[in-house]
Design a protein around this ligand. Sequence first.
Ligand SMILES: C[S@@+](CC[C@H](N)C(=O)[O-])C[C@H]1O[C@@H](n2cnc3c(N)ncnc32)[C@H](O)[C@@H]1O
Length: 290
Amino acid sequence: MRIASNSISALISFYHSELNTIYEASEIDAILNLVLEHYLGFSKADIITKKNENLNQSDLLKLYFCCKELKKNIPVQHILREAWFYNLKFYVDTNVLIPRPETEELVDLILKENKTATSFFDIGTGSGCIPVSIKKNKQNSKVYACDISSEALTIAKKNAKKNNTEIVFIETDILNTVLSYKNILSTFDVIISNPPYIKSSEATLMTKPVLDNEPHLALFVEGNDDIIFYKKIIDLCKEKLNANGKLYFELNPLTAGNVLQYAQQSKSFKEVKILKDMSGKERFLKAEKN
Ligand SMILES: C[S@@+](CC[C@H](N)C(=O)[O-])C[C@H]1O[C@@H](n2cnc3c(N)ncnc32)[C@H](O)[C@@H]1O
């Protein structure tokens, strides 16, 4: 199919007609926001006010080929090699999870609730979106982050540099108690994790762009214990979370209750709470250490 004319509005219609079998209309609009910002420097307001302006041939071609890539189920963030998170731009590719809006909600909560905290530790950092956005907003704090994947850590380091932040990155396997206790030398005021939390049986419910393009190491929990990451991190808090320090998790709503129960039974915390995300799902756990 061809684009009807060189105008922005024709391009918008073209994206909608080409992509409507893969994405909802609202998702196509969100994709267009990212694409037009990336290639043309457009703000959301520009998309409305400049709708009748014409694109030059070179921009039109780039936007046409981008749409062709989107039709192959490649996520827009991988085509552009960038993702926005908490008003910052991050490099992303197939080695890291594309940062999600729920995780932005978590970062926002952490920043609002921990004004006096001076040390933060993010477990399973992926692109580094959590530690970088925390450090950017709390310049005087010490921020640490770990991951098992050396490829993810290379990207997280790149993102720390891109956003002018200094983070201490550690390569470690959080499921290996001996290794993680040996590698993580500090203790922290705040520990955060958005660990792999999707059960293999849920894979059939996931969209093709996610399944085909995002690292399964970041998405899925292997083995019989769906909440193994949460358990290991709750156990780690006994030694690595300071008194009155806080633990924050992003959760799978399907296993939120089990994580809550394990945290309560650990007796490490004076208060443990589940919080809902913007769509009303049980998405976060917050626990305050004794
Ligand atoms: C759901 S992703 C979260 C990425 C990032 N924090 C975010 O919120 O976008 C989980 C991350 O945990 C890492 N991971 C998986 N197994 C791990 C392990 N055993 N030890 C440490 N990190 C691990 C993955 O490589 C991945 O980057």
